[in-house]
Design a protein around this ligand. Sequence first.
Ligand SMILES: Cc1cc2nc3c(=O)[nH]c(=O)nc-3n(C[C@H](O)[C@H](O)[C@H](O)COP(=O)(O)OP(=O)(O)OC[C@H]3O[C@@H](n4cnc5c(N)ncnc54)[C@H](O)[C@@H]3O)c2cc1C
Length: 407
Amino acid sequence: MGEKIEVVVLGAGYGGIMTAVNLQKILNLNEASITLVNKYDYHYQTTWLHENAAGNLHHDRTRIPIDEIINTDKVHFIIDEVVSIKPEKKKVKLETGELYYDLLVIGLGFETETFGIPDLKENAFTIGNIDSARLIREHLEYNFAMYHHENRKNPGRLNIVVGGGGFTGVEFLGELANRIPELCEEYDINKSLVRIINVEKETTVLPEVDPQLAEYAMTSLESRGVEFITGASFKHCAPDRIVYEKEGKDKEIATYTTVWAAGVRANSIVQDSGFDHCDGKIAVCADMRAPGHDDVFAVGDCALVVDEKTGHPYSPSAQIAVQQATTVANNIKAHLDGNSTFEKFEPRLLGTVTSLGNNDAIGDVFNNWKLFGWKAVLMKKIIDNRYLFKLGGLGLVMRKGKFNIFY
Ligand SMILES: Cc1cc2nc3c(=O)[nH]c(=O)nc-3n(C[C@H](O)[C@H](O)[C@H](O)COP(=O)(O)OP(=O)(O)OC[C@H]3O[C@@H](n4cnc5c(N)ncnc54)[C@H](O)[C@@H]3O)c2cc1C
């Protein structure tokens, strides 16, 4: 252990990278030794991955090299994979070594939840990082190319099934609705042969949003060829078909492309490292520390924060992860200054905007202000660009921002 307090931040997603960026702003050079660990040498915007997966946006727009964002005089960056955390020894085991910490921030994000559905993990694609998004894009193209290459025309090549009609599923459907006509043109395929099918357990998609917005979303997507099978549960996923159950009957869809977008859970490293957890997440104290571990903070999808008004946990989101990162950085500063009073995390939720492809969207912002169409599209771009500004200032907005409002 060195003289300086060792602050270790795990994960460079929204929560982790913003904690590191905030710390480099508020700490002087010698106040602490800050180490950021991430699996990749880049930060990616998870909220743009569905665009990469459909093939509408190149993944290089979504990822940002970490050394372009952090000040390497203040933050030591390690590219490595976290294997486990040993809180009792204040150590983090990495794929290629070990780190000691005085203060730890866990921002390792989410992983897919398959709810025990047989063979789903093995056979379905998920939208979780740049690699998985790139794989979906390539797989879609491969199957379109195979359609005319095979002697026997196989409809499964052109059927795309999306499991789950929550925010991620609906945003991906919107991107597919835009992308498929382009793919059809490129691979000489009649568009009427392609099916984009959403299988959703509830009776509507986006059950968490205002019914008027959910209906708008379904109508918009249906008008562009998306089929909805609601009130249906996934039962099985094979490489060439899925089985779902609706009204007590099992039905099958031939498909080589199933994208599962119906469930996420916190990175299992949290649970496996022995922290008290609630469905895999650390139910953090008001100051974002882990109960019983004054030296460990959790942010983003690894943290569970309950809304005192409703008694329900806040939904995981980039918005909340970024806000938590400010509280965590301020509380690390308070710790270093020897203050005993820590800031309480109070989310300022501005609402949600859900894209329906690049030219349509819905939003519920600023306390029930409903947005449809281009106004929601504009709001989504403002949100995306605002985040880039927070992360890397105007220069980053100019390099990676989204300015194409009207198509
Ligand atoms: C397609 C899609 C669309 C979304 N749209 C929205 C939206 O519009 N608005 C919104 O608010 N939220 C949205 N979300 C949810 C949002 O992206 C997450 O809530 C948010 O990313 C959580 O941030 P985080 O910092 O906890 O984790 P992440 O952003 O997932 O970052 C985790 C980081 O940890 C790294 N990591 C993981 N495991 C390891 C390891 N073992 N070792 C080292 N590094 C590791 C990863 O590389 C990653 O950089 C969307 C999610 C998806 C999938």
